[in-house]
Design a protein around this ligand. Structure first.
Ligand code: KG4
Ligand code: ZN
Length: 354
């Protein structure tokens, strides 16, 4: 089964075609990130206008690449369209103007081509990036614990079966990615989305002489909640004290975030009997987090799955995977298009408005 998915929740305009939820056939991404770097933060109006500008060219490229995939078959455009079984689209969370463009494009295609439409939660999509198989077959079994760490969210959920989640905990204030971005800005590394830059700087520190200086928020609390806004303030004070070089501050900040994320995620897996952990979201591209989670879970007999680097940040491949594994009910019961609307504040546990 081929699903064509569209993702436009923020500043990426992405389209992908995935076979049976696991095999990436085509992925196209256009981004307006550079424009937001210039303004030091995302301007929603500009992001939405760029989505509109990019949407049709991205769709055209996707269909061209799909045609090349079947190069020997010499398919007509109609033949290609008949190969697509469903259209999936991100309905939230995200910026309303950006989401609208993708949703209306998806509805139009579903209507014109007479295909089922599958609404997808972006956060669930991040988790399903783990199901894409490239070099090896992934044997993901349930129950599994999923940690979603993105720019706007930090959520820990127990997956009992496809689409059947139990909420374990989440951030009470800033998301992990947000803390990374704000700290990167404070250190003058990037004005917008500085997580990767901060992490690169942290990697240049081979002796963390500030070890333990920053707090490990809620580390010892018995629940699975997180809080990163106090950490951000503590980093600010540390920088202002001028006691440590920037790479030491970056290293101590990253160690604090990773300590908390890894400890709570492994604990959640052990107490819920999950034998597998799925990491997802933009921050899952963080090498330190990937390595420590994998190593520390393994010691306890738990296997960790992490998405390939290019599948950590926003793309439409994982939206198609999530649609395949969690949206099969939409194949036979066609959704009422008027109910597929953007939901900017959709949470990981929220039911889609259908
Ligand atoms: O999932 P994502 O692409 O967008 C949202 O859905 O929010 O996540 C973006 C977040 C940003 O906060 C970015 O700084 C962070 O992921 N990020 C990283 C790394 N790469 C991206 N944070 C830490 N280390 C990285 N290597
Ligand atoms: Zn995302």
């Amino acid at each position: 089964m081929y699903i064509l998915a569209i993702e436009t929740s923020c500043d990426e305009t992405a389209c992908a075609i995935v076979e049976n939820g696991t095999k990436e056939i085509v992925s196209v991404i256009a981004s307006s990130k550079e424009l937001h770097e210039a303004t030091g933060g995302i301007v929603p109006e500009i992001a939405a206008r760029k989505q509109m500008e990019f949407m049709v060219p991205v769709l055209e490229q996707t269909l061209d690449k799909f045609s090349k995939y079947f190069a020997n078959a010499n398919y007509s455009r109609d033949d290609l369209i008949s190969k697509i079984d469903a259209i999936a689209v991100t309905v939230g969370p995200g910026l309303i103007g950006s989401l609208l463009i993708g949703i209306e494009a998806a509805k139009s295609l579903a209507l014109a081509w007479d295909k089922p439409l599958i609404p997808v939660n972006h956060l669930v999509g991040h988790i399903y990036a783990n199901f894409i198989e490239r070099d090896f077959e992934k044997n993901i079994t349930f129950p599994a614990v999923a940690l979603v760490v993105s720019g706007g969210h930090t959520d820990l959920v127990l997956i009992k079966s496809h689409g059947n989640f139990e909420y374990l905990g989440g951030t009470m204030d800033d998301a992990a990615g947000e803390a990374y971005d704000k700290t990167a800005r404070l250190l003058g590394l990037a004005k917008y989305l500085g997580g990767a830059e901060l992490s690169k700087l942290a990697a240049t520190c081979d002796n963390n002489v500030a070890a333990g200086v920053l707090p490990r928020p809620l580390l010892k609390d018995p629940n699975y909640d997180f809080s990163f806004s106090g950490l951000k303030t503590a980093v600010k004070r540390l920088v202002e004290s001028n006691k440590y070089s920037a790479n030491v501050v970056a290293c101590e900040f990253e160690t604090s975030v990773v300590d908390v994320l890894v400890t709570k995620t492994v604990k959640a897996a052990l107490s819920s009997g999950a034998k597998q952990i799925l990491l997802g979201g933009g921050v899952s591209a963080n090498k330190n987090l990937r390595t420590r989670l994998t190593t520390e879970a393994k010691i306890k007999g738990v296997t960790t799955f992490v998405p390939e680097f290019d599948l950590c940040t926003d793309n439409a491949v994982y939206i198609a995977a999530a649609a395949y594994f969690t949206g099969q009910s939409y194949l036979n019961n066609k959704v009422d298009f008027t109910k597929v609307i953007p939901n900017p504040s959709l949470g990981v546990m929220d039911k889609l408005a259908v």
